[in-house]
Every structure is written in structure tokens, then in C-alpha cells.
Design a protein. Structure first.
Length: 263
């Protein structure tokens, strides 16, 4: 773990350059370019808005449009989903670099994460604009979103290093991750308010670490509550995430000498 952190820091400029290249490659050969990167998430938000607010008249927060409640929860998920779905196949996508003896391949998962982060920052900016368009004035609580962004990045790092290492030897990992992401979307309170669930169900759902991130972004943008008001959940999240990062990076380093041979 320490060695990977050291390599990431030393090669931070290279990671950013590779991430920029990875981000641009997604639009090569497309007439509408970056439009397609935004199209699906925006269409999804529009569909959820029409179904839940227009159709079911859902309104978790009184005197606040459903879309303002939805965005702080779903935008972090877009980042998590994009980074993990792309991160699991990182080593296969960059196998030409994996086979270079002098290249530090333990930075490759970070390339996909940073590439996805570029798009996420754009979506966060769009979220700010939407809030302003609906008459919500900037609040000091919005700054707390930086903390939850760091939480999201750390959680992603743990999952990406773990899954990308296993995917080299077990190709089904990619499909497993995609299925888990579909379940994960509905098992986190992204589309629904967890207060409508029985207490026992709420307790179980909070074992999902992404629940902490969703609720945290909503606390920052909607409810204006501090992360220190949920000390037990904060301790659980960071305990889970640190262990996951340690396991993921340790497994990655242990399997690293065999990547080139298998790929």
C-alpha cells in the first residue's frame, strides 16, 4: 500500500497526462464527441424526474423540487459507476504498458479513476448551476462536498485495485462488477428516501458504504448537516474503506509480477 501511494505521488503528472489522453480517446471517431458522455446521465436524470416527481408526485423534502434532492445523490453515483466499470478492465486496456518492464504499472488504475474524475467535476459544476437556477443560494455547507468527494475517491481506489487485479486472471470479474453496480444503485438511497423504510431495513442498508456518501452529499447540499453529526457511520465508513484499500493494493502488488505473463 505504501509503495503504491509513493508511486502515485511521484508519477502524479504522468497519471494526469494519461488520464487526459484516456478521457479524449472516449470521443475519438464520434461526431458529437463529449455530448455522448453527458447524454446518458442527463437522460437518466430526466426519466427519474418524470417518473418520480411528475408521475408519483414524490417530494422527499418539502418546498424543494425533487431534482434538487436527486442530483446530490446520483451525481456521486455516476462517478463511482464510471470509475469502477472502467477501472476493472484497466490492465487489459493498457496491456501494452503492462508489458513494459520499466513502467510503473501500479499507477494504471489511478489513470482510469482520474479520467472519470474529470467528468465528475463537470457534473458537480452542472449541479451547482441547477441549484442556482432553482433559486438556491450558495451555502458554506457546499464546501463539505469536498470531504465526501475524497470519501468517494478512496472507496473507488479500494474497489478498482482489488477488481482490476483479479480481472487479469478471472475475466468474469468484469461481468460480476457490472451486475453488482446495478444492484448497488438500488440498494443505496439514491432514488428513494431511506426514512420511508422500516428501521431494520435502514440499519442493514447503512452497511453499504456508498450510503454514507449519498447521505453525505445530501447533507451538504440539501439538509445542511455536518459529517461529525454521524460519528458511528463515519467510523464505519473509514474503517471499511481503509481495510478495502489495504486489501486491494496488497493483492495488486502481490499479483503484479504475473500480469504481463497472463496478458
Amino acid at each position: 500500500m505504501i509503495q503504491i501511494i509513493k508511486d502515485i505521488y511521484e508519477k502524479r503528472r504522468l497519471i494526469i497526462e494519461l488520464a487526459k489522453s484516456d478521457f479524449k480517446k472516449k470521443f475519438v471517431g464520434s461526431y458529437f464527441g463529449i455530448f455522448w458522455m453527458f447524454a446518458q446521465p442527463i437522460v437518466n436524470v430526466l426519466i427519474y424526474y418524470l417518473v418520480f416527481q411528475v408521475g408519483f408526485k414524490s417530494n422527499p423534502v418539502e418546498n424543494m423540487p425533487y431534482v434538487l434532492w436527486l442530483l446530490p445523490g446520483i451525481v456521486p453515483w455516476f462517478f463511482f459507476n464510471e470509475a469502477l466499470a472502467g477501472g476493472v478492465i484497466t490492465l487489459s486496456a493498457y496491456q501494452h504498458l503492462v508489458k513494459k518492464i520499466v513502467f510503473k504499472i501500479d499507477i494504471l488504475p489511478m489513470v482510469r479513476i482520474v479520467s472519470s474524475l474529470f467528468l465528475h467535476l463537470i457534473f458537480l459544476f452542472i449541479t451547482f448551476i441547477v441549484f442556482l437556477l432553482f433559486g438556491e443560494m450558495p451555502s458554506v455547507w457546499w464546501i463539505q462536498g469536498i470531504y465526501y468527494l475524497i470519501c468517494n475517491i478512496c472507496l473507488i481506489i479500494g474497489f478498482v485495485y482489488f477488481t482490476s487485479a483479479i480481472n487479469v486472471f478471472f475475466k468474469d470479474m468484469n461481468q460480476i462488477v457490472n451486475i453488482c453496480l446495478q444492484f448497488g444503485f438500488w440498494l443505496a438511497p439514491i432514488m428513494w428516501d431511506e426514512s420511508v423504510m422500516p428501521f431494520q431495513v435502514q440499519f442493514l442498508l447503512r452497511f453499504n458504504p456508498f450510503t454514507y456518501i449519498v447521505n453525505g452529499f445530501r447533507d451538504s447540499f440539501v439538509y445542511h448537516r455536518g459529517f461529525w453529526e454521524n460519528p458511528s457511520l463515519t467510523v464505519y465508513f473509514w474503517g471499511f474503506t481503509i481495510v478495502l484499500v489495504m486489501i486491494g493494493t496488497s493483492l495488486y502488488k502481490r499479483l503484479e509480477p504475473h500480469f504481463a505473463d497472463v496478458l
